[in-house]
Design a protein around this ligand. Structure first.
Ligand code: ADP
Ligand code: NA
Length: 329
């Protein structure tokens, strides 16, 4: 069976964009792959996290994934720091990857900006740990968005260089699974910025734990314009906020933007926002309710993660032990 590794940072409460861009896709991949889902807390601390918040977000994230339909019995759900294989293989890869490769990573440049000297060295070697996350399981496929493609290429480069440096054919090539063209969901306050769990304004996003009233209020306050909905997507060209709301509707109702406009053309944003609220509440509120229920039994959640970590270790341990032997440990 082909194996998927996928990670998500427990650095905040997941938002609607995370759901449409990642979580919903993970749920459906479970039918065709053996899936290893990892809450990457070690990646999260490449930027300082409040320790209590990190623990809290890890549990919330786990509960949300379970509530959204991740099956932790059939597949593997755990947090990264609980399986030492990640750190051990990550260190070996720190010693295999060349500095020049890391210097070319555009995500570090984007995140560090001009203030490069003042970022953690962990943020810089992040791609090596990501390579270790994937290759510790000899995963065959990784679902990646556009932003992670370069890191997956580095994963393959470091695997091949390891094979070459130690004269073995040990790490396989990993394939990118490009998810079905997911709309990029934008902020509710500014249609030109992506919706993000790390945006300082909670009004800018719908969090997966928001209740129906909160969702309704955020949509009512979402920035729009005074025009009615056009009959055709061309009419949304210079209207990023309007286009975003229509895209969210389309993604959650499994419709195309054309179909949504066909059904709502001529409507102003009063009635359209009411229709959108219903669609969002139907899709998201049940996940929030189930998450709240799951969070009431922390012991059980911790047990689920612990048992996931044991099963993850059982797969990674023989692979990483062999890699350690190959380098001479
Ligand atoms: P965030 O900005 O909320 O912290 P991450 O960078 O941790 O999100 O991304 C986690 C996953 O969610 C990735 O697969 C990413 O492509 C997806 N994702 C995040 N934000 C959006 C968005 N606004 N629209 C679509 N997908 C998104
Ligand atoms: Na983020």
């Amino acid at each position: 069976m082909q194996r998927i590794f996928s990670g998500i940072q427990p650095s905040g409460v997941p938002q609607l964009g995370n759901y449409l861009g990642a979580i919903r896709n993970w749920v459906s991949l479970q039918a065709d792959y053996e899936c290893i889902f990892c809450l990457v807390d070690m990646h999260a601390i490449t930027v300082w996290q409040n320790p209590d918040e990190l623990r809290k977000h890890t549990l919330t994230q786990a509960a949300i994934l379970l509530a959204a339909g991740i099956d932790a019995q059939k597949h593997v759900l755990f947090n990264q720091s609980a399986v030492s294989a990640h750190a051990r293989l990550g260190w070996i890869f720190n010693c295999v990857t060349r500095l020049g490769w890391l210097n070319r990573m555009t995500q570090f440049k984007d995140k560090a900006g001009k203030d490069r000297e003042n970022h953690s060295s962990g943020l810089y070697v992040y791609p090596n740990l990501m390579a270790a996350d994937i290759l510790a399981y000899k995963a065959t496929h990784v679902p990646v968005g556009e932003d992670q493609k370069q890191h997956l290429e580095l994963t393959n480069d470091v695997g091949q260089k390891f094979n070459h440096d130690y004269g073995v054919d040990f790490f396989p090539q990993v394939e990118a699974l490009i998810p079905p063209a997911a709309a990029r969901i934008m902020s509710l306050r500014d249609g030109t910025k992506k919706m993000s769990k790390s945006d300082p304004s909670a009004q800018s996003r719908i969090e997966l734990t928001d209740d129906a009233d909160t969702i309704s209020l955020k949509i009512r306050r979402a920035k729009t314009d005074a025009d009615a909905l056009p009959a055709h997507p061309d009419g949304l060209a210079d209207r990023p906020e309007a286009r975003n709301l229509v895209s969210i509707y389309a993604a959650l109702a499994d419709m195309t933007v054309e179909q949504v406009l066909e059904a709502h053309q001529g409507q102003g944003f009063g009635p359209f926002k009411a229709a959108l609220t219903e669609v969002v509440v139907n899709a998201i509120a049940p996940i929030g309710q189930e998450t709240t229920r799951l969070l009431q039994d922390e012991t059980h959640l911790l047990q689920t993660l612990r048992s996931g970590a044991q099963r993850a270790s059982a797969i990674a341990e023989p692979i990483v032990s062999e890699a350690e032997k190959l380098v001479g440990f």
